[in-house]
Design a protein around this ligand. Sequence first.
Ligand SMILES: Nc1ncnc2c1ncn2[C@@H]1O[C@H](COP(=O)(O)OP(=O)(O)O)[C@@H](O)[C@H]1O
Ligand SMILES: Cc1cn([C@H]2C[C@H](O)[C@@H](COP(=O)(O)O)O2)c(=O)[nH]c1=O
Ligand SMILES: [Zn+2]
Length: 197
Amino acid sequence: MVVFSEDHKAETCRRGRIEVICGSMFSGKTEELIRRLKRATFAKQQVEIFKPTVDTRYSEEEVVSHDNNSIPSTPVATSQEILQLITEIDVVGIDEAQFFDEGLIQVCNKLANNGIRVIIAGLDMDFKGLPFGPMPALCAIADEVTKVHAVCVKCGDLAYISHRTVPGEKQVLLGEKQEYEPLCRCCYQKALKDEKK
Ligand SMILES: Nc1ncnc2c1ncn2[C@@H]1O[C@H](COP(=O)(O)OP(=O)(O)O)[C@@H](O)[C@H]1O
Ligand SMILES: Cc1cn([C@H]2C[C@H](O)[C@@H](COP(=O)(O)O)O2)c(=O)[nH]c1=O
Ligand SMILES: [Zn+2]
C-alpha cells in the first residue's frame, strides 16, 4: 500500500489537479497535507494555504497537526475568498475542508482548470458516520484521493470514524482528544450500544 505521494512528475508538472486527503480525526491528514506543501516549497513552487476561520483550535494563522507540525495559513470565512486572495500561485492547500460551504467544489475546479495543484484535507465523515460538508463531492471531482487511518484507541486496529465522547447532536463541535476518539467499525458499534444502555 502506498501511503505517501512521491509521484514527482505529478508534484511538479504544473498541470492543474485536485488531490484529496481524507479520513477520521488523528489519521494524519494535516501531517500529509503539510508534507506535500513543504515538498512543493522545496521545489520552488508558490504555495498558499487556506483554512476556515471556524477552526481556531491550535492557532488562528497556522495549520497545525496533532503532533505540532505547522505551516502558515490564511483563515477565510467562505470558499469564494480563496479565489479573491490567490495571486501567482502553483499550489493551493486547504485544511479542514469539511467546514467549508459547497461553493468549495466549484472553487477547486476553477483553480485546477487554471493549472493550479489543489491539495485538500478534511474529514470524510462526521461523528455519526455521515458524509461531512463538501467532502464527498470533492472526492468525486478529485484526480487522486488518499484515505488515511488513525489507530483505534480501543483495539489497535485501523480506525475509520471519529467517535464523539461528549454529549451534543450538532454536526460541528470543535475538539480534540477530550471530545473525540478514533475507533474501528467494531469498536464504534460497541461504543454506540454501550451509550444506549
Ligand atoms: N489513535 C491515534 N492514531 C494515530 N495517530 C494518533 C492517534 N492519536 C494521536 N495521534 C497523533 O496524531 C498525529 C496525526 O495528526 P494530524 O495530522 O493532525 O491528524 P488529522 O489531521 O487527521 O486529525 C499522528 O502523527 C499521531 O502523533
Ligand atoms: C468528527 C467531527 C469532528 N468535528 C471537529 C473536531 C475537530 O475540531 C475537527 C477535525 O479536526 P482534525 O484535524 O480532523 O482532527 O472537526 C466536528 O465538528 N464534528 C464531527 O462530527
Ligand atoms: Zn477497535
